[in-house]
Design a protein around this ligand. Structure first.
Ligand code: GLN
Length: 546
């Protein structure tokens, strides 16, 4: 059986529990241990799939088609291993299971209660991934902040496990904030003391405190925190703000976070950490040779978390291309034929983002047209690909009212329409085409050059698809389907071979990009943006006239 590390948070939200959990996992993995991370979220939604991105940021999709919290994206990007449905559990899912059991008669005669029935189900799921010998260590991040009403049953479950399991099989890492008061020129420990006190009142005692801080913690301060919070002084870990999240594993290594955990868990078989690949990536990230500027066209751009995986994919792809990627966020709602050249001036590439619904899509279509006509590298993801198809239909095929059924069910030319199997679906949660599907790529295409393979798999999250009744017209006019699903023929990739770099994909390549395995399409796109950036203005004009 595996050993368990629980990560809780105190004082405030947004302290970066996900990054700390992922960094610790990375270090343990680098020492030769098999590690996974799971997230327990206190909200009642069964999964975050029905949440607006403004509420909770991007919805991350796993290989097996689970719609999950964006922290799972961090776990995969740091570890280069896949998570699954079992790695994200919400209060809603826990209650759903318990209520279904009650209806099935499993508790016949009993009153069903938070303790023990809900907490038993939480504990069962907390231990699940650690059964068998797949993992040596399971790290569980508890969403929310200690003291929230919602997360109480999770904390209670950790308390019970702390009591049930041997001491060396479980530990708790608590993440807190040490604020700096400018006027007093002092770091303040009181909020941390209160937060640990609150956690202790629920019966859970932390073994390690990871303290987020803008200034270094000196030894006196560490001793003071240790004394008042009843942990060992070496277990007070300083987590300074870092210029990039990818620095954090190295900061934690210097603070010996991994060694303290190994000691507490009585794990004696481990190696010196092998972080060569990680450090190689960081070097490239820190010392780029040049810069490219790409536009991210979306409607949720006020909230950066809505496009988390795309932004991180740019970081991975930039490093491998030796360039810094500056992302200019352009709100699709405000792009018009009149202002498009001004709004998109100076860009070396254009990514049109995924999304749902009508708002902002005309701006996306105008942006696609601009990229197509100017020879500017173009990359469309999911809705972005669908908008590229609509733009081509309207402006090249002359189908003036071409649209997607999602936006206009009455248009004459629904070049994007609902997938057949979606038509009978009435429930919203977890019913899209989700997760990993194979795609066959045409030999000699741009996609083939980028992937170096004709058979790939990528992750999906959509209800609509390219309407293949129009495929011949598109092909004849110069937009080809270079990737299709081998079983159903569903169009997965479109490209315009006469354009320097124009590609749209129905799937989400950003979900499989990690530090050690950047997504090929992002690497190719940034490579194309770099080439475009190096063109003289005369050559740019020439590529526009192709
Ligand atoms: N709304 C589109 C669909 O459902 C695109 C979805 C997306 O971009 N993820 O097909």
């Amino acid at each position: 059986m595996a050993k368990y590390i629980f990560v809780t948070g105190g004082v405030t939200s947004s302290l970066g529990k996900g990054i700390i959990a992922a960094s610790l996992a990375k270090l343990l993995q680098a020492r030769g241990l098999k590690v996974t991370i799971q997230k327990f979220d206190p909200y009642i939604n069964v999964d975050p799939g029905t949440l607006n991105p403004y509420e909770h940021g991007e919805c991350y999709v796993t290989e097996d088609g689970a719609e999950t919290d964006l922290d799972l994206g961090h776990y995969e990007r740091f570890l280069s291993t896949y998570t699954s449905q079992a790695n994200n559990v919400t209060t809603g899912r826990i209650y759903q299971t318990v209520i279904n059991k009650e209806r099935a008669g499993d508790f016949l005669g009993k009153t069903v209660q938070v303790v023990p029935h809900i907490t038993d189900e939480i504990k069962r799921r907390m231990l699940l991934l650690g059964e068998g010998d797949t993992y040596d260590i399971v790290i569980t991040e508890i969403g929310g902040t200690v003291g929230d009403i919602e997360s109480l049953p999770f904390i209670e479950a950790v308390r019970q496990l702390q009591w049930e399991l041997p001491d060396e099989d479980l530990m708790v890492v608590h993440l807190t904030l040490i604020p700096y008061l400018k006027a007093a020129k002092e770091l303040k420990t009181k909020p941390t003391q209160h937060s640990v006190k609150m956690l202790s009142e629920t019966g859970v005692h932390p073994d390690i405190l990871v303290c987020r801080t803008e200034h270094p913690l000196n030894n006196d301060l560490k001793r003071k925190i240790a004394l008042f919070c009843n942990v060992k002084t070496e277990a007070v870990i300083e987590a300074m703000d870092a210029p990039t999240i990818y620095e954090v594993p190295l900061l934690m290594l210097r603070q010996k976070l991994d060694l303290i955990c190994l000691k507490k868990l009585n794990i004696t078989k481990f190696e010196e950490p092998n972080l060569d690949k990680w450090k190689g990536f960081l070097d490239k990230l820190k010392y780029p040779k040049s810069k490219v500027t790409v536009g991210l066209i979306g409607k949720y751009i006020e909230l950066q978390d809505a496009y988390k995986s795309i932004l991180e994919s740019f970081v991975h792809a930039g490093a491998i291309n030796d360039v810094q990627v500056e992302v200019v966020n352009v709100h699709s709602e405000y792009i018009t034929q009149q202002n498009v050249s001004e709004k998109l001036a100076g860009l070396d590439g254009l990514l049109v983002a995924p999304g749902f619904g009508l708002r902002g899509i005309e701006g996306k279509i105008v942006a696609v047209q601009y990229a197509r006509e100017k020879g500017l590298p173009f990359f469309g993801i999911c809705l972005g690909m669908q908008m590229a198809v609509i733009e081509f239909a309207r402006n090249i095929l002359g189908l003036k009212d071409a649209h997607s059924t999602e936006m206009d069910a009455n248009s004459t030319h629904q070049v994007i329409n609902m997938m057949e199997e979606q038509k009978k679906i009435t429930m919203m949660g977890g019913t899209m085409r989700l997760g990993s599907y194979p795609c066959h790529i045409t030999e000699g295409s741009l996609a083939h050059k980028i992937y170096g393979s004709t058979e790939i798999t990528e992750r999906h999250r959509h209800r609509y698809e390219f309407n293949s009744d129009y495929l011949q017209q598109f092909t004849d006019a110069g937009m080809i389907a270079s990737g299709t699903n081998p079983q159903t023929g569903l169009v997965e990739i479109v490209e315009i071979p006469t354009h320097p770099f124009f590609i749209g994909v129905q799937y989400h390549p950003e979900l499989k990009s990690s530090v050690e395995n950047p997504a090929p399409l992002f690497v190719g796109f940034i490579g194309a943006a770099k080439k475009y950036n190096e063109l003289s203005s005369g050559d740019k004009k020439k590529s526009a006239s192709l």
